[in-house]
Design a protein around this ligand. Sequence first.
Ligand code: ADP
Length: 448
Amino acid sequence: MQPRPTKKTLEPKRDRRALVDRDQHEISRFESLVGELSAAMARAPADEVDREIESWLGKICRALDLDRSAVYERDSPDQPVRATHTWVRPNFPAFPKNYEPEKLIQRSTQLVMSGETLVFADPSEIPADNPDTRRMVAKYGPKASAAIPMWAGGRVIGAASFGKFRSPRKWPPELLDQLAMAVRLFGSAIERKQAEIAIRAVRTELRVASRRNVMSELVASLSHEINQPLGAILSNLGGVARLLTQGNPQPAMALEAVNSAIEDTKRTADIVRRIRSMFKNQVEHKAPIGIGPLIGEVVKLTAGEASVRKIAVRIEVSPPGQRVIGDSIQLQQCVLNLVMNAFDAITEARSPRRDVVIKVAPEKIGWAAVCVCDSGGGIDPAVAKRLFEPFVTTKIDGMGLGLLVTRSIVESHGGRIWASPNPDQGSTFTFTLPMAERKRSSASRRMG
Ligand code: ADP
């Protein structure tokens, strides 16, 4: 629960006399504006959130006859607070560029960022023990100001300030409540935008990883294919060169030609070897990872696809909080490949039951099994024995590399992967991974 904002610090005593009609009218008009703001923020796609916030800062200032307003955030916990969204009444001095409030009004900034609302209706209300705010106000001139913490997800993620420069103004508590609500709506929208940006970044990373894995598999099979004939050419040409030296009328020329062919062949083999070693050296970041959250991420990434295809996805992790050792990007890639295949199987079968269940359970001691079960049409017998071979596909636009890549990742983690038909409908792809806490998990089993 976020606390109801209370005015503090800069306004030690408040005159609590009854509100005059004008104030009441302003408050009820402002209430309906905040209602509209709430609807607008809920509708705004992530890319539009910043523009919406700036436009709403303007609407709020115009409704309350204010002159300048800003939203402040930190880029990360160790970065300074800076103004990220601003609005200034036309013909008023622009907002200072790269304004960092902590430099000018450190104490007030810290108070607001720790959750306090600071207001003054007139500069004389600023307490004497806050000299830097007094100085700033005297120099830059707001005659009334409200600084409100921006809450989102139970914490303060920034702040918003609203200033009137032409004259002092009162801040009735009901009005402050509504302003705080508006700032909270900004906070939730910003948080939603940031979550979406993070998801996009993961998606891009996965796409890159996927391409790298596919490339790696391609190069591996290509180099295997090419190296064999190259080896043969090399030894054959070597033989010819030897023959030529035993009786050819121009042995020197023949020898030179053959030798250069040998050199070219060697060079080609070298190129292949180099490309291969480039991918072999691909860095892996193996570490203990919560397998439940990892699967959750993939489900989030595929939520759009699942909803378009009307497929319900469920995750069952037992015991909850189970951790495995692995490279999280690569393992997400595995789950993603299997989930997308499950979606394809259900779509292809036009199955009335449309669900995918991703289960994690202990396999044997020290190992966890991840199963992706679908309600699709099952594995086509024509490919059943060759599922994990390159370029095996039953899809018009399939590449037939997804399962190959998945298997190579699973095996590089020491695990196994297999497919089996479900007793009722569809199929299940299962892979195993080493658990992070081998001792602890067997101990807890004993205790249970
Ligand atoms: P692609 O998806 O490009 O075809 P994959 O290597 O991922 O490549 O899959 C190879 C083939 O395995 C698919 O074309 C499909 O025939 C079969 N397959 C994979 N997953 C499933 C599944 N969940 N149900 C039925 N068949 C599947």
